[in-house]
Structures are given as C-alpha cells and as structure tokens.
Design a protein around this ligand. Structure first.
Ligand SMILES: NC(=O)c1ccc[n+]([C@@H]2O[C@H](COP(=O)([O-])OP(=O)(O)OC[C@H]3O[C@@H](n4cnc5c(N)ncnc54)[C@H](OP(=O)(O)O)[C@@H]3O)[C@@H](O)[C@H]2O)c1
Ligand SMILES: [Zn+2]
Length: 339
C-alpha cells in the first residue's frame, strides 16, 4: 500500500511516499481502506519526535473510509461499511475506563501517535473504534471532524460547563480545534469572542464569532474588557500556550474559567497567583474525549448542526506540503489528504 511514512524524526522533509506491506487485522481489529485522513497539530509534534512514537511511522489520527477486512472475533461489522474512526485508544479495564472516562485511561493512546495512522491506503484499528458513517456525509468532511470536534466538545461543554448566555473567548481561531469550538459555543447559546490574524478575521466572523480581534493589531485582553463593559469573559478556550497566557488571565471575568488543551507556543507560562485567588478563577485542563462525547458530537456533525471547516483537500502524495502548510500556520480549519 502507498503510505506517507517517516524513518527519522525531523522537519517536513522526513516525510516520504513509499510502498509498504498492507497490515493485517488481529483479534478484535479491523482493516480500513482509507478514503480521507486529516492532519492535526499532533502530527507535527509526532514528526518532530515524541517519546512513545516508534519508527518508521505513519501519522494520521483522523480517518474516514470503508471496512476492508475483519480480524478474528469481530461480528458487529461487515466489509464494505462506511466508517469514521474514533482516534482515542483506551484499555477498557482501569478505574477511569470503567467510569466511562476513556481519555483519562492509564494507558490512553491516540491513533497515528502511538500506533500507525491513516496517512496510507489502509490502516488497522480496534473494531470498537469504528463508528458508522451515514451515506449523506462525505469522507473528506467526516475525516476532518473527529479529533477537533471531540476535543472542543469535552473542553467547552463537559470540562468548561459552558451555558447559554455566557461569553466565551477562543484564541488561535483559525486552528482546527478552534474552528470547531466557535461553532460548538454558538450551538450552546454563548456569545463568542475570537482572536486570530488579519487575513482570517472575516472567515472567523462567518463561523459565528460576534467579536473578532486581530492579534497582530490590538491588545485583545484590553479590547475584550472594552466590549464587555469592563467585565471580561466567562470562559476562555486556549491552546496557544505561553504566548497568550497573560492576556488570557486578564480577559477573564471574576469567577471565570480558563480551559487549557494545548501549548503550541510553549508550556512554561508565568502566573500571578493573586489574580487567580482574588478573581476566583478556575484553570481547567482537558484532553480528547470519552467514547460517549465522541458519539454525541459526531451525531451533531452528521446532522449538519456542526460543520467541519475544510482548508484544502490534497492527494496523499502532497503529505509533505501539508505538514509545511500546517507548520507555517497558513491553514484555516482542516487539511485533508486522500490516498
Ligand atoms: N489536549 C488535547 O486533547 C488536544 C487536542 C487537539 C489539539 N491539541 C493541541 O492544541 C493545539 C492546537 O491544535 P490544532 O490541531 O487545532 O492546531 P492548528 O490547526 O495548527 O491551529 C493552531 C492555531 O494556533 C494559533 N497560533 C499559532 N501560533 C500562535 C502564536 N504565536 N500566537 C497566537 N496564536 C498562535 C494559530 O491561529 P491564529 O493564526 O488564528 O491566531 C493557529 O492556527 C496544538 O498544540 C495541539 O497539540 C490538544
Ligand atoms: Zn483504561
């Protein structure tokens, strides 16, 4: 099978297209013929080198395709079925799995990070990770949805406890997770504020953000303050990390919640603790989602209530270009590759 593979960690130039043996599904697993697979920022972290990634490696956590073959013991699926892959891998036995909190699993892993992923003609995943894809939903859109929508759903709704009527600020608004978060926040009945760069301001507004700030032109914390009559926002949803940390703390209302799901620009941020206790702020971590959250948000995508934002759809051969585009931050939404 053709695959976008790398044999060493490094820059985008380590990614090459090669013919590799098609994997075979083991007990409880399924072989999926990949029709579309989307990039995430995690594909950049993995390619640069993460401790639990083995080489050679095929990235790609977000996959839509067709069941090609089934391993022993899988009876609830049939070859030919259209499916989308839940990118979370969990043990099913630990305290957190038994509580239905799969993303807290002691052995939590991600398809395409800890296993071989979907930037190939075929991929093997546990059959339990396959979710039926309705005929009306195109493969490109289905592949662009899972990781970003499940992350944004858990972060805003479950962990962030977002309620109708609240004000929420989304930073890095052109990013994959952020374009999902803006829609989920609107769907929840919140008023949405967003921060992005000059060329993306209009598109972020079209996604549903009522207040959009150009981070290259204004101090967004000051602007939020002005636009909320010196109150601040109830919830802040951030993965930019150290570059936005101080502004984020300034943009929060008293009693506000700062939901953190990443650290693109670096993890070591400085916090004035007086702001945390005096304003009674909450800092809330979130990662990926439970199986139930994945299913809930995918049903909203299937019904068209939430729409994956497609940046470009390219053939798998352009995997290296795709890494470069995401690395330079030129994308708006999701980059999709078709084998
Ligand atoms: N914990 C989890 O479960 C989880 C899940 C998914 C992602 N993540 C993490 O969350 C982050 C975002 O993921 P993604 O796939 O959505 O990434 P992405 O599509 O690459 O988007 C990242 C966005 O961050 C903004 N940004 C980048 N550099 C910035 C800077 N110096 N200052 C301000 N903003 C900057 C840019 O938006 P603008 O140009 O619009 O400002 C960019 O589009 C990554 O670090 C990823 O690893 C974590
Ligand atoms: Zn577990």
């Amino acid at each position: 099978m053709r695959a976008a593979v790398f044999y060493e960690f490094g820059g985008a130039d380590v990614v090459c297209i090669e013919d590799l043996p098609t994997p075979e599904p083991g007990p409880g697993e399924a072989l999926v013929q990949v029709k579309a697979a989307a990039l995430n920022h995690v594909d950049l972290w993995v390619r640069r080198g993460l401790p639990k990634t083995s080489l050679p490696h095929i990235g790609g956590a977000d996959i839509a395709g067709v069941v090609a073959a089934l391993g022993p013991g899988v009876s609830n699926l049939r070859p030919g079925a259209r499916v989308v892959v839940n990118p979370s891998l969990w043990c099913g036995r630990c305290e957190w799995c038994l509580r239905g909190e799969e993303s807290l699993c002691v052995d939590y892993r991600i398809v395409g990070e800890h296993t071989q992923g979907g930037f190939a003609e075929y991929v093997v995943v546990p059959a339990a990770n396959l979710y039926p894809l309705p005929d009306a939903v195109e493969y490109d859109a289905a592949a662009a949805a899972p990781l970003v929508f499940l992350t944004a759903w858990r972060g805003l709704i479950t962990r962030g406890r977002l309620r109708a009527g609240e004000d929420v600020l989304v930073t890095g608004a052109s990013g994959g997770v952020s374009t999902a978060a803006i829609q989920i926040a609107r769907h929840a009945g919140a008023r949405v504020f967003a921060v992005t760069t000059t060329e993306n301001v209009e598109r972020v507004r079209q996604l549903g953000a009522q207040f959009v700030y150009d981070r290259t032109a204004v101090d967004y914390a000051r602007q939020v303050w002005a636009d909320t009559a010196k109150r601040g926002v109830d919830l802040l949803f951030d993965s930019v990390g150290v570059a936005t940390w101080k502004s984020n703390l300034r943009a929060l209302a008293r009693g506000g919640r700062l939901v953190v799901y990443g650290a693109t620009t670096g993890p070591l941020a400085e916090t004035d603790l007086r702001r945390i206790f005096w304003n009674q702020l909450e800092i809330i971590g979130t990662t990926m989602s439970s199986r139930a959250e994945f299913e809930t948000v995918m049903e909203l995508v299937f019904r068209g209530e939430l729409r994956p934002v497609l940046d470009v759809v390219w053939p798998l051969e352009r995997a290296r270009d795709a890494h470069e585009r995401l690395e330079r931050g030129e994308q708006f939404g999701k980059i999709v590759l078709r084998p």
